[in-house]
Design a protein around this ligand. Structure first.
Ligand code: IPM
Ligand code: MG
Length: 347
């Protein structure tokens, strides 16, 4: 059972360390953890945010536990050397096209959101975000116009097969939950979105039990704060999913609690907290490791089929929260190690 651990930058190493302790405590037979360098940390050591050696490790394992990448010092580097290229490169190279970002309010934490507690309490949704296409991976560049002005461009496009395969992920996810799927696009303006909508409607014919709706992305941003309880599964493109998933995480109250999975057509997946590297608190031992610990649970579930072990971790985290263990992100004072210990004690 091989798992790669790519801790990365900022608080990445601190939070992944706690998730590793949890994985090790489960007593899984043949567990082998393989560390690899990514992000600014890899750039400092090897001159590249995603060294070939790291990619090789990634290709040799069943699942990848990922911390975070990002470092202000790298903001002026050429784009292909910036830390973010590590995660974008892994997504593309490994065909990790389906990003699952669940958001729900943990019992007892209803007061921590910026929404009214009764509105937030109803949140239990899953964002299925396409990860291999869209404006993220289209042709991009900077050119000079004939009259000497600089012009930046990033091309948005989706091919129908790319839409079809993520639509299937969305419908299947809905089948396993509340059987409601909301496809989010901007079909009133964008041709890419019109194709998206047409293809989603075609795929819907294979899932008659799922109630499909469509929503423009601007309206979805509004509905997420107005009445987030209406959503079960949201399926959307790369850019809209990036933005909406951050928004959904804040509706829940803490970005420090949300895990994510990036899945390929096979069982290989990459699992990471949805928060970033948080350089302002890095190295202080105060980051909340729960999102990474919950990502490890998703890894066991989706890449190794270990549902019972995944639930064991998730239950331990819920219990720790119910017992009042709170990191700084939740207005408490528990440190990274202390939270890790609390989860371990409840496994
Ligand atoms: C995310 C992040 C990444 C993205 C960055 C770090 C490239 O914001 O995973 O949501 O934009 O996809
Ligand atoms: Mg993002």
């Amino acid at each position: 059972m091989k798992i790669a651990v790519f801790a990365g930058d900022g608080i990445g190493p601190e939070v992944t360390q706690e998730a590793v302790r949890v994985l090790e405590a489960l007593g899984l037979p043949d567990l082998e953890l393989i560390a690899g360098d990514v992000g600014a940390a890899a750039w400092r050591k090897h001159g590249h945010p995603l060294p070939e050696a790291t990619l090789e490790i990634a290709r040799s394992v069943g699942g990848i536990l990922f911390g975070a990448v990002g470092d202000f010092e790298c903001d002026t580097l050429e784009r292909h050397l910036r830390p973010e290229q590590a995660i974008l490169g892994l997504r593309k190279e490994l065909g990790l096209f389906a990003n699952l970002r669940p958001a729900r309010v943990f019992a007892g934490l209803e007061d921590l959101t910026t929404l009214r507690p009764e509105v937030a309490a109803a949140i239990d949704l899953l964002i299925v975000r396409e990860l291999n296409g869209d404006v993220y991976f289209g042709e991009k560049g900077m050119r000079m116009t004939p009259d000497g002005r600089r012009k930046g461009y990033d091309v948005m496009s989706y091919a129908e097969d790319e839409v079809r395969r993520i639509a299937h992920v969305g419908f299947r996810a809905a089948m396993g939950r509340g059987k409601k799927l909301c496809s989010v696009d901007k079909a009133n303006v964008l041709e890419t979105s019109q194709l998206w909508r047409d293809v989603v409607i075609e795929v819907a014919a294979e899932y008659p039990q799922v109630e499909l709706s469509h929503m423009y992305v601007d309206n979805c941003a509004m509905q997420l704060v107005k009445n987030p309880g209406q959503f079960d599964v949201i399926v959307t493109g790369n850019l809209f999913g990036d933005i909406l998933s951050d928004q959904a995480s804040m509706c829940v109250g803490s970005i420090g609690l949300l895990a994510s999975a990036s899945l390929s057509e096979g069982t290989l997946g990459l699992y990471e907290p949805i928060h970033g590297s948080a350089p302002d608190i890095a190295g202080k031992g105060i980051a909340n490791p729960m999102a990474t610990i919950l990502s490890a649970a998703m890894l066991l579930r989706h890449s190794f089929g270990l549902e019972a072990q995944a639930v064991r971790i998730e239950t331990a985290v819920s219990k720790a929260l119910a017992d009042g263990i709170r990191g700084g992100d939740l207005g408490g004072s528990a440190g990274t190690r202390e939270i890790g210990d609390a989860v371990l004690a409840r496994l």
